[in-house]
Design a protein around this ligand. Structure first.
Ligand SMILES: Cc1cc2nc3c(=O)[nH]c(=O)nc-3n(C[C@H](O)[C@H](O)[C@H](O)COP(=O)(O)O)c2cc1C
Length: 273
C-alpha cells in the first residue's frame, strides 16, 4: 500500500476475526517499525509487551480491561502493551547501555556533529549536566511521553500496512503488572489490540475531525493555515482522505457484527412494514 493510503485506511478496529491467528512476522514488523521511530537523545523510552490472548486465562484477560476497553480484549487475538520507560534516561546515562547521545554514539557516527553545535565536549559539559541529569534525582516521573507515542504510532501504521486491524485503548496497569511482571518504572501508554478485522475496510468511513481552521495555524493563532482545495483533492486521489462517516449501511454492519459476536446491540430489528 502507498504510504498516504496506509494513513487514510487506518481505523480504530473493534471487531476481529476469530480463529485467524496473526502471523509472527507481522507482529515483528510492527515492532521493527516502532524501533526505528525517532526518540529524544536516542534513548529507548518506548517498551512493549506482546501477549497472545489464547495463552492467557480468562481471569488474566479480564484483569487487563478498563471501563473504556473491555470487549476489545475478548475479541483481539494479540495485545501489544506499550509503555513509557521512565527509567530509560537514567539507564542510558549511568550505564552507557544504549547507543545514545549520552554515550556519544550519535556524534561518533556523524548523526550529530559540529555544524549543529554538537561535540563530545558539548555533551559532557553542557547537555549531560544541564539537560539530561537535572531531575534524575527525583526518580522516575509520570506524565506521558512523546517518544513512546511516536514509536507506537509507527507500529500502528505498520499493522495497517500488513493488512491488520488495530485499536488503541487504555489497559489496567495493575492487572498488566501482575500478569506480565512489568517494572514499576514503566508507565502505561496504550494497549494496541491487533488482529484481522471483521469489519469492512471502510469500517463506517473515516471518522469526523475537528475543523481544520481551529486546528492548524500560520504564524499566529488568529490565522488558520490555508487549506488548498487542490491539495485536498490530491489527497483524496491518493487515498489519504477517504469516504467520510457516516456510511449509510454502517448501522446494519454494526448490528450484524454484534449479532455474530453475540454482543449487545445485535438483536434482530423488528419488521415494521
Ligand atoms: C490515546 C488514545 C486513547 C484511546 N482510547 C480509546 C478507548 O479507551 N476506547 C476505545 O474504544 N478507543 C480508544 N481510542 C480510539 C479512539 O476512540 C479513535 O482513535 C477515535 O475514535 C478516532 O477514530 P479512528 O481511530 O478510527 O480514526 C483511543 C485512541 C487513542 C489515540
Amino acid at each position: 500500500m502507498e504510504f498516504l493510503n496506509v494513513i487514510g485506511s487506518r481505523r480504530s478496529i473493534r471487531y476481529f476475526q476469530q480463529g485467524r491467528a496473526v502471523e509472527r512476522e507481522k507482529i515483528q514488523t510492527i515492532l521493527e517499525g516502532a524501533r526505528l521511530a525517532s526518540r529524544a537523545v536516542n534513548v529507548p523510552w518506548a517498551k512493549a509487551i506482546v501477549a497472545y490472548r489464547d495463552r492467557l486465562t480468562q481471569d488474566e484477560i479480564d484483569s487487563l480491561k478498563t471501563p473504556f476497553a473491555s470487549v476489545e480484549f475478548d475479541l483481539a487475538p494479540v495485545y501489544i502493551l506499550w509503555y513509557h520507560d521512565m527509567d530509560a534516561r537514567r539507564v542510558a546515562i549511568e550505564s552507557s547501555a544504549y547507543p545514545s547521545v549520552a554515550s556519544g554514539t550519535l556524534q561518533d557516527i556523524g548523526a550529530l556533529g559540529p555544524p549543529h553545535g554538537w561535540s563530545h565536549k558539548y555533551v559532557q559539559e553542557v547537555v549531560l549536566p544541564e539537560v539530561l541529569m537535572p531531575g534524575l534525582s527525583a526518580g522516575p516521573q509520570r506524565g506521558g511521553n512523546a517518544d513512546a507515542a511516536v514509536a507506537m504510532t509507527q507500529g500502528l501504521l505498520c499493522a495497517v500496512e500488513e493488512g491488520l486491524g488495530a485499536c488503541l485503548a487504555p489497559f489496567n496497569e495493575a492487572g498488566a503488572a501482575e500478569v506480565f511482571g512489568v517494572p514499576d518504572t514503566w508507565e502505561p501508554v496504550q494497549a494496541m489490540l491487533v488482529g484481522y478485522s471483521a469489519e469492512s475496510p471502510q469500517a463506517g468511513g473515516q471518522r469526523p475531525r475537528a475543523d481544520w481552521d481551529k486546528t492548524f495555524f500560520l504564524g499566529h493563532v488568529d490565522k488558520p493555515y490555508p487549506r488548498d482545495p487542490a491539495v485536498t483533492e490530491s489527497m483524496k486521489e491518493q487515498g489519504l482522505i477517504q469516504e467520510p462517516s457516516p456510511i449509510p449501511w454502517r448501522s446494519d454492519e454494526v448490528r450484524a457484527l454484534s449479532r455474530g459476536f453475540r454482543l449487545p446491540g445485535g438483536e434482530p430489528v423488528e419488521e415494521t412494514a
